[in-house]
Write a protein that binds this ligand. Structure first.
Ligand SMILES: [Zn+2]
Ligand SMILES: [Zn+2]
Length: 467
């Protein structure tokens, strides 16, 4: 078995805190500590290889007596380092060192190798699970690695900064012919296509909005797509599911298989994987944790709650899409509203926005796990759900999908300005109106009301949820 590939995700606020801590007017090197959460991915769905992800969880400032430095070196004091190891071990996190090379490249020097090998030996002697290290060089360049024993380290092949913007450095970016993407390079510059080619995007829910999102991502040139949906196509889906055909209904084709067929037929080099499962299914955990960005196109509350938590624990931006369509009745106008919400550590979550309903989620869980009991309680009117299917029209599902993918493009390019992705965008189709809104996190919210979830990575039980 080959060594696991390594990704490092820095949350935007952590990166900003590090840059402030490490800045020295006199040009000397500086150092700080970071505690990382870890995702141990047994099988990356695209490479079929194991992958380790480190996600920044907390910046631990070092006082000057803990570290000494000049313009060319930094020395870690034993006392400060032992305290970091104690914290990491106690909280089951990965300890990390960060230092600067002011006015020089981001790379690991021979002296860094020697110093860190020593610290790695101490780390493994103490029984801590690995030692991470990063160097911040000039021009915002960053390198990172993980010591997996006292003698061996793995260099990160992907480093990203996740916040209102998404910045990604990829080792495997930019070695592919993307002539078919020339027109978008003409708009966003030649650096754009290599980024989208290397991007790993998950689409959860492949109905009206999800199928449109997946089709758009295909043409945008996204190199790695993961499609997740448990459903088969039915006749009432044909009015909006992109790529579906009437003959797919009697053939009882799965929505994910229909989309994969269409994407592969395009021949544009997108590497597609499909999973026919509901978002909470444990078989999806490796896929979800391998993605750089997730599109939530599911219409169930429980699925949304899972993705809401996952985004915080793993530092993966979630672009959640929703539609509400109500017919006009006498005296009541149409209500035709689309919503795009960007969830990530630092933004108020879907619960705080009032987008998900915990009672509905519980009812959906019951319907999934114990359908007999669900029907009994529904008959006695204890649970919501199972009403008339929601109205849906292809132009509106596709329009909101376009707006969702635009939000990703904004995160990658800043074409709307440096503010990054909007937290919550509301489109009223009946009024031809777009507006952005936000809310405050509820202080007691277990997901976004505390930084304890940010980049926490793997915990037992998964996402800290029992049952
Ligand atoms: Zn160095
Ligand atoms: Zn919240």
């Amino acid at each position: 078995m080959s060594a696991a590939a390594l990704d490092i995700i820095l949350l935007e606020s952590h990166e900003a805190a590090l840059r402030t801590l490490l800045h020295r007017e006199n040009g000397t090197e500086a150092a700080a500590y970071v505690l990382f959460g870890k995702a141990e991915i047994a099988t990356d769905p695209w490479s079929k290889q194991p992958r380790i992800r480190l996600i920044s969880h907390e910046v631990v400032p070092t006082s000057d007596e803990m570290v000494s430095s000049s313009s060319t070196h930094v020395t870690w004091s034993t006392q400060g380092f032992m305290r970091l190891l104690g914290l990491a071990q106690h909280r089951n996190l990965v300890p990390g060192l960060v230092h600067t090379h002011p006015g020089a490249k981001a790379f690991f020097s021979d002296q860094d190798d020697r110093n860190e090998a020593e610290l790695a030996r101490t780390t493994f002697n103490k029984g801590t699970q690995g030692l991470a290290s990063m160097v911040f060089g000039q021009d915002d360049a960053i390198v990172g690695r993980l010591w997996t024993s006292a003698k061996a380290s793995t260099q990160a092949s992907s480093i990203s900064i996740v916040g209102s913007q998404i910045k990604i450095w990829r080792e495997d970016a930019g070695h592919e012919d993307t002539a078919f993407l020339a027109r978008q390079a003409a708009l966003f510059g030649k650096g754009f296509n290599p980024i989208v080619r290397a991007l790993r995007v998950g689409v959860i829910g492949c109905g009206g909005t999800g199928s449109a999102v997946a089709s758009l991502l295909t043409r945008l040139g996204v190199g790695h797509l993961a499609l997740m949906d448990n459903d088969t196509i039915d006749t009432t889906n044909l009015n909006r599911v992109h790529g579906s055909r009437a003959a797919d209904v009697p053939a009882r084709l799965a929505k994910v298989d229909i989309l994969a067929r269409e994407i592969e037929a395009c021949g544009l080099g997108n590497h597609v994987v499909t999973r026919r499962a509901w978002v909470g299914d444990p078989s999806l955990r490796d896929v979800l944790r391998s993605c750089d960005v997730l599109f939530g196109c599911t219409d169930d509350n429980q699925g949304r709650l899972t993705l809401n938590r996952l985004s915080h624990y793993y530092g993966i931006p979630l672009i959640d899409v929703g539609l509400r369509m109500r017919s006009a009745k006498s005296g009541v106008d149409y209500d035709m509203t689309g919503r795009i919400t960007t969830i990530r550590p630092g933004n108020p979550c879907l619960m705080c926005l009032g987008v998900v309903n915990a009672q509905r989620a519980a009812a959906e869980g019951l319907q999934r796990n114990d359908p007999v009991e669900f029907e009994r309680r529904k008959a006695e009117a204890y649970v919501a759900g199972g009403g008339d299917p929601a109205p849906a029209v292809v132009t509106f599902t596709t329009s909101i999908a376009c707006a969702a993918v635009d939000e990703l493009i904004q995160g990658l390019t800043g074409f709307r300005g440096p503010g990054g992705m909007a937290h919550n965008r509301i489109r009223r189709f009946d009024r031809v109106e777009d507006r952005t809104t936000t809310c405050r996190p509820v202080p007691t919210c277990p997901v976004c009301g505390t930084e304890a979830t940010w980049g926490r990575g793997d915990v037992n039980p998964f996402l800290g949820v029992i049952g």
